[in-house]
Ligand binder design. Structure first.
Ligand SMILES: *Cc1c(COP(=O)(O)O)cnc(C)c1O
Length: 322
């Protein structure tokens, strides 16, 4: 059965960017169907256990005071390593009213992260409507919105859109994976957002053969800082079905951290994190965190002291056994 990682979608802008980079550029592999990876042991359609932590459809409540909200299941581009490839591309999704009712009733919720899909594929009117509904709920302090649009469809970032985000005091969490994405068009999009007063952070997925080198990431992180985007997270790639070709061993991520820490601006350093398979939340690793490995799995402890396991493809090395 072909699974959703095989779905293909790209914007004309990103197509042109890839064409200008040449036929062998590794960025191509992130969106093109150049190979099909067979699902491997430990890989899941829903690696973060989001369905199990969903009190109402469209909302994931994993942590005590923050929630993830799916505003749309549409995306501008389908990434082949996407955590939510089980859902993206299902059109006609609308946030049900019960999501807003849940948010109103749960006064412990202070932070809402709007994701999807990509919420910036919604119209300005749809976004403004959703944001003003959220802003009417007094106990919600922070609204953030995750998007890859500035990387793949920068022309969507208009002054009108930036003004809507600024008016609702939205923090943007942008997805960038490679310094080749730092184009003049992307720079203009970041300038438009920064000049409107929209704070921006970035999230990068560590991808094998694509950006898993300290030099490549340093170039990306400095390039983002120059554009007023603070690198926030560097993620170990989630073990979604068929992701083995994109996942690099956890130890490589730590080695890269050791190469960057202290050698680049502290402001350019993101947190390196593994999103605990099964839904334990994000677990950050320091350059010298000892890795506890059992067979092909890395054993992690989350903020509640609970154990989670990440299926790491690298061969066990005696040095890293716990
Ligand atoms: C990532 C995530 C958040 C936000 O986590 P931060 O570490 O605060 O950025 C919230 N809820 C869910 C379910 C998440 O996956």
């Amino acid at each position: 059965m072909p699974h959703s990682l095989q779905k293909y979608k790209i914007t004309p802008y990103y197509r042109c960017l890839l064409d200008s980079l040449g036929p062998d550029h590794p960025l191509r592999r992130t969106v093109e169907e150049v190979e099909f990876c067979k699902p491997e042991p430990g890989e899941l359609a829903d690696p973060l256990g989001e369905e199990a932590h969903s009190p109402v459809p469209g909302l994931v409540h994993t942590y005590p005071d923050k929630v993830l909200l799916f505003a749309t299941l549409d995306c501008a581009v389908y990434c082949r390593y996407c955590t939510r490839s089980r859902l993206v591309g299902s059109s006609n999704w609308k946030i049900p009213d019960e999501v807003f009712r849940y948010l109103e009733e749960h006064e412990e919720i202070r932070d809402v992260l709007i994701s999807g899909g990509d919420p910036l594929t919604l119209t300005d009117g749809e976004l403004a409507g959703m944001l003003s509904k959220l802003r009417k709920i007094d106990h919600i302090r922070t609204v953030r919105l995750g998007s890859k649009v500035p990387a793949v469809l920068p022309s969507r970032i208009t002054p009108e859109l930036a003004a809507i985000l600024a008016r609702h005091r939205v923090w943007l969490q942008l997805h960038f994976i490679h310094p080749a994405e730092l184009t003049p068009e992307m720079t203009r999009a970041c300038d438009t957002l920064a000049e409107a007063g929209v704070p921006m952070v970035s999230q990068t997925v560590l991808l094998k053969g694509i950006n898993d080198a300290a030099d490549t990431l340093a170039e990306l992180f400095y390039g983002l800082l120059e554009r007023r985007v603070k690198p926030y997270y560097l993620f170990q790639c989630d073990p979604v079905l068929g992701s083995s070709g994109f996942r690099t061993p956890v130890e490589n991520g730590l080695q890269i951290l050791r190469e960057l820490q202290g050698r680049i601006s502290g402001l350019a350093m993101p947190h390196f994190a593994i999103d605990a398979p099964g839904g334990g939340g994000k677990i950050t690793l320091q350059p010298n965190t000892p890795i506890c490995r059992e067979g092909s799995e890395v054993v992690l402890t989350n903020y509640e002291g609970r154990e989670y396991r990440y299926p790491d493809s690298s061969a066990a090395s005696p040095y890293f056994l716990c």
